[in-house]
Write a new protein. Structure first.
Length: 225
């Protein structure tokens, strides 16, 4: 609902389908945004009143029941001035979707809005674009998200007594350790790098799997990536 209210702009018609206090019907803004102190004083049941119910005869003024403050009076007078220019029409309200150029709703734009302000995961796009089999890409996706049931994760949940790597017995068993830092893993990479004639280095200790993959990928010709 918060996303819908933020992404829609209402062109007022008869006001029957528009909420007076919370919908964005006043030049793209809501009364709640324009007069927050006034809105807080409105009785909860009246916050769902439509424009058609609240506007005629300034019925909205009777919705205010909280304590009176100077800021509330200022916002009350400002709202009165803005509402003098508002007139209901006979046609229904129209809604415009502000997240697309043509103002028409699309599921893609709504889904994309869910990620506004998010931080992209390092290497996420490259993982899904690589030519590896789907099960390999999905496995590496779990590795990056630290969702594989390694010993350190089982240990944190009380499922076993130790988080030590059973292969090298030298460090906690994380996915980064199993793929890069473990002595056996580094030996395996050394063998395969030589067999494939790749000009990349074996991962060093304490290096992350995604970090080593991204840096090594740049050193390989595009036809071999």
């Amino acid at each position: 609902m918060a996303l819908f209210r933020a992404a829609t702009v209402i062109s007022l018609g008869n006001g029957k389908s528009t909420l007076f206090w919370t919908d964005r019907w006043i030049d793209g803004s809501s009364v709640e945004d324009l007069a927050p102190s006034l809105f807080k004083a409105v009785r909860p049941r009246k916050r769902k009143a439509t424009v058609a119910e609240a506007l005629p005869g300034s019925a909205w003024a009777s919705h205010v029941a909280g304590p009176i403050s100077l800021q509330l009076l200022v916002e009350f007078n400002q709202l009165c001035d803005r509402l003098q220019q508002v007139h209901l029409q006979h046609q229904p309200n129209t809604f415009h979707w502000s997240l697309t150029a043509d103002k028409e709703y699309s599921a893609a734009s709504a889904y994309g809005a869910m990620f506004f302000g998010s931080t992209p995961l390092l290497g996420a796009k490259l993982i899904w674009k690589t030519a590896a089999p789907p099960k390999v890409r999905f496995f590496f996706w779990l590795v990056v998200h630290e969702r594989c049931w390694t010993a350190d994760r089982r240990f944190r949940r009380g499922l076993q007594q130790s988080d030590t790597c059973v292969i090298c017995d030298q460090a906690p068993e994380t996915m980064d350790h199993l793929l890069c830092s473990c002595s056996l893993a580094r030996q395996a990479w050394h063998v395969w790098i030589l067999k494939l004639h790749l000009h990349i280095s074996v991962p060093v200790e304490d290096e992350t799997a995604i970090g080593w993959w991204l840096s090594s990928r740049k050193l390989v010709p595009k036809t071999l990536r």
